[in-house]
Ligand binder design. Structure first.
Ligand SMILES: *Cc1c(COP(=O)(O)O)cnc(C)c1O
Length: 384
């Protein structure tokens, strides 16, 4: 797509894709092949072996780069595989400063796998970005943020984190899974690498596991592409095709996720049995002003606690919802309900979990795009 000035809603549908050169097929074919025939040794059409290059993957990589306002996209077999590739930029002795409220699997990869390879991770509160400064030393190489955070829906100031990172020659990595490029484009705010679990909003239909990275720097892209090819955690072409298809409706889905999220957040806040409601859109959210500055909407992720903070009562709610399916994951068209303490964040020790505010009765909703009255009625009967 030559004209780079198209707006997001147009890029979501057209970026990276062009009619198939062989047939004119408007949809990118699924190039289900492991290798490509060469006319003579080294004489090929830019494709040698499918771990290294695949046309379906290329289309998706170009699409994701365009919608994140980046130059380069790289796809992986899962969000964790993308995370793994980024940490492999580092060497033993290097240190990373990481936001302390983040995806449980990221915490597990860092503490249970990469810590064994001599990389040190500092998990800290970043709702005030200045906290980062106190942890920077000569070994620090990277700052890792997720915003909105998971599952407490705090907001980290991406621009402020980028300023601190670049003053000290550090890379800023931003996991943009929760916001999606519809709500926030971290590269525009100074992040060096944007990471996605495309399993979530980008894919959007709970039918694929996939990860991606987007960046602007050619040197960084070369190093990450080398890791992608060397380590081999690449997605299959069918999975790339599913994400490519999902991305085309990101804007219409996100619009509805935001509308439904807003209505449900307000409903929960008015419920006598509900304690705290964590949702980025509330004006009294501690970092609402930052959200307004860096996001274009507030999304469909909501966490809430029960006034009783009773684990048993939380379990009852989780069992009783009918439309909200009890499942890990988020970002699909169907509404999901989850219990971070025993599900997504079970790998974080209880003491640390509670210290971070992730209490026993905390329930997380991924609000889908069903009729909002039906969703509210479902929560009403489940909470009682
Ligand atoms: C799900 C998720 C991941 C991991 O992605 P997978 O595709 O499940 O490997 C990473 N970060 C966030 C914020 C996620 O929600």
């Amino acid at each position: 797509m030559a004209n780079k000035n198209y707006k997001l809603d147009t890029k979501l549908i057209h970026a990276g894709v062009s009619p198939d050169p062989t047939t004119g097929a408007i949809m990118t074919p699924i190039y289900q092949t492991s290798t490509y025939v060469q006319a003579a040794p080294g004489d090929h059409k830019g494709y040698e072996y499918a771990r290294t290059q695949n046309p379906t993957r290329d289309a998706l990589q170009a699409s994701l780069a365009a919608i994140e306002n980046g130059k380069y996209g790289l796809c992986f077999g899962s969000g964790m595989a993308a995370t793994d590739a980024v940490v492999k930029l580092l060497a033993p002795g290097d240190e990373v400063i990481v936001s302390n409220d983040l995806y449980g699997g990221t915490y597990r990869l860092m503490t249970k796998i990469f810590a064994n390879y001599g990389i040190k991770f500092h998990f800290i509160a970043m709702d005030n970005a200045d906290n980062i400064k106190g942890y920077i030393n000569a070994n620090t190489k990277m700052i890792w943020i997720e915003t909105p955070t998971n599952p407490l829906l705090n907001i980290i100031d991406i621009e402020a984190a980028a300023t601190i990172a670049h003053q000290h020659n550090l890379l800023l990595v931003c996991d943009n899974t929760f916001a999606s490029p519809y709500l926030q484009t971290p590269l525009d705010l100074g992040a060096d690498i944007v990471l996605h679990s495309a399993t979530k909003y980008l894919g959007g239909h709970s039918d694929v596991v996939h990860g991606a990275l987007v960046m602007n720097d050619a040197g960084l892209e070369e190093r990450l592409r080398f890791i992608q090819n060397s380590c081999g955690a690449v997605p299959g072409p069918h999975d790339c095709w599913l994400v490519l298809r999902g991305v085309k409706t990101l804007h219409v889905r996100m619009q509805r996720h935001c509308e439904n999220g807003k209505a449900i957040a307000h409903y929960l806040r008015s419920h006598p049995k509900v304690g705290k409601v964590l949702w980025v859109g509330f004006e009294d959210h501690p970092n609402h002003h930052i959200a307004v500055k860096q996001m274009r909407g507030f999304g469909g992720m909501i966490s809430f606690t029960l006034k009783s903070d009773s684990l048993d009562e939380a379990m009852e709610v989780l069992k009783k919802t009918e439309l909200f399916a009890l499942a890990e994951s988020l970002g699909g068209v169907e509404s999901l309900i989850g219990h971070p303490a025993t599900m997504t964040h079970a790998s974080i020790p209880r003491e640390q979990r509670i210290q971070n505010g992730l209490v026993d009765s905390l329930i997380r909703l991924s609000v889908g795009i069903e009729d909002v009255d039906d969703l509210i009625a479902d929560l009403a009967q489940a909470i009682g």
